[in-house]
Design a protein around this ligand. Structure first.
Ligand code: BMA
Length: 329
């Protein structure tokens, strides 16, 4: 297999994958056995959704959003042989934190997991006098060490880049309010040490009708020859409430706050029953992507209707072509 794909990255020959069905013309397609994780995969859960997975020791590991039967939002670690069948720990993650003030867990949701240099970093929406971006790291998905929150409240959708940019850690985030935020644009920030964040830059704001209320970064950006491939969610407000779909853009490799291309159409919108019916109807919310540089395969993990975890697939090269062809910045 040649590494002649747009992805700048490593091989993942065991990426969970199902090819496009005959007759399907979509650039991104769903795994046919969705959802892969049911709402009751652990005894305490009301719902399991908006979760993040990564390759780990030849297999897979992840951090899962499990809302419990008190409807408290908790993060649980999990492992998998194949990326599809998951063993999620019944007990939530107990973060180890030097500072009680920061480590006092109130709630946590919508995790992202990012390998940078020598460890896995976890970012999530962390309750600290309102939602902000929690940061922790782990080596083994057993012990998690919590660091300072990245920002002041109110912020959500903190998504790290998988390598330092111009010598600094880099993160996308989405300043918000304390409620079901009716606005939202994506910003870029840098840090020399994963604690102090600055050099804030505006990346993009809602544009097309499908994303017009707010947007937020999804999976860890994927490094490609064309730039950082960013899959994000966009929200439309209908007469019946929010509708969460997935879209994509390509950001400059060295100055990721500069948008090179941006797809004006959504890639995947809530059409299937498991996306349209659940605790929150009409939600497809991506939080992770696995990639294989050899084949260009990308598998997205997304939450369906705030209730279950689902997968979708695409090819990097086809997706990049599609974004360019449908781009308006
Ligand atoms: C957002 C977050 C997500 C959720 C979405 C739809 O504000 O809370 O976790 O999937 O709303 O309810």
């Amino acid at each position: 297999m040649t590494k002649n794909t747009a992805i700048i990255g490593t091989s993942l020959p065991n990426i969970p994958w199902e090819g496009r069905k005959e007759g399907c013309a979509d650039v991104m397609w769903r795994y046919s056995a969705n959802p892969i994780i049911p709402r009751n995969a652990i005894p305490s859960s009301n719902s399991i959704f908006n979760s993040a997975v990564v390759p780990f020791e030849g297999k897979f590991a992840g951090v899962f959003r499990c809302d419990n039967k008190q409807r408290a939002m908790r993060l649980h670690a999990g492992k998998s042989e194949d990326g599809i069948n998951w063993e999620i720990k019944p007990e939530p993650i107990r973060f180890i934190c030097e500072d009680e003030e920061v480590g006092n867990f109130v709630y946590g949701y919508d995790p992202r997991v990012c390998w940078i240099e020598d460890r896995y970093y976890v970012t999530w929406c962390n309750g600290y006098h309102g939602p902000t971006i929690g940061v922790a790291y782990t080596y083994d998905f057993e012990k998690f060490y919590q660091l300072e929150n990245a920002f002041l409240p109110f912020n959500r959708n903190g998504v790290l880049f998988p390598k330092k940019i111009n010598g600094k850690f880099a993160m996308l985030s989405r300043p918000s309010d304390n409620g079901h935020t009716p606005f939202g644009e994506i910003f870029y920030s840098e840090s020399p040490d994963m604690e102090h964040w600055g050099h804030h830059r505006h990346v993009m704001k809602p544009k097309q009708p499908w994303e017009y209320t707010k947007i937020g970064a999804g999976p860890i950006p994927i490094e490609t020859k064309e730039g950082w491939l960013l899959i994000y969610h966009g929200v439309l407000t209908s007469c019946n409430g929010f509708v969460y779909s997935m879209g994509a853009a390509i950001l400059d490799l060295d100055q990721p706050w500069k948008v090179r291309y941006r797809c004006d159409k959504y890639l995947l919108a809530p059409w299937e029953t498991y996306e349209c019916v659940g605790d929150v109807p009409n939600v497809a919310f991506p939080c992770a992507a696995l990639t294989d540089a050899d084949t260009g395969r990308i598998t997205i993990y997304y939450g369906g209707a705030d209730t279950v975890v689902c997968m979708a697939h695409t090819y990097a090269d086809e997706l990049i072509e599609y974004i360019k062809k449908n781009s308006s910045i």
